[in-house]
Design a binder for this molecule. Sequence first.
Ligand code: NI
Length: 171
Amino acid sequence: MAHLSILRYPDPRLHTVAKPVAAVDERIRRLVDDMLETMYAADGVGLAATQVDVHERLVVIDTSPERDKPLVLINPEIIARSTELAVAEEGCLSVPQVYDKVERHARVTVRALGRDGQSFELAAEGLTAVCVQHEMDHLLGKVFVEYLSALKRERIRTKMLKKTREEQRKT
Ligand code: NI
């Protein structure tokens, strides 16, 4: 397994629209394992392939308190969404140390293929529902800061560029 590097906002590659995974083969299983390792190492609850510069429809999530229940969604589709909305504070491994409130569907049902290539359906609520919607947005090239005001987004953009410059200076 390997740690993958995570693209940081406002990297334009984060706005790439992902293509469906053609086959759940050895390459994809290795990518799933590497993404899980990368997500756990970064202490994140979700990671989309887009964030590691692979533009295929694949996300990994783990919202369990023990961090031992990985959820793998390959070619995910939302097949039902609640009319009820809920606001939750979100963060993103591509936008480190930035948290803000986003309104989304309170519950969603997603259909996807698992790491074994088998189709399954999952009814998600709470943090898992937030994660599923947040990660699936990544596959469409959308980062959660795009739900915020233009002013906030501009501040975040400046902060992230500064952070990246400072890190580059150190190395
Ligand atoms: Ni994210």
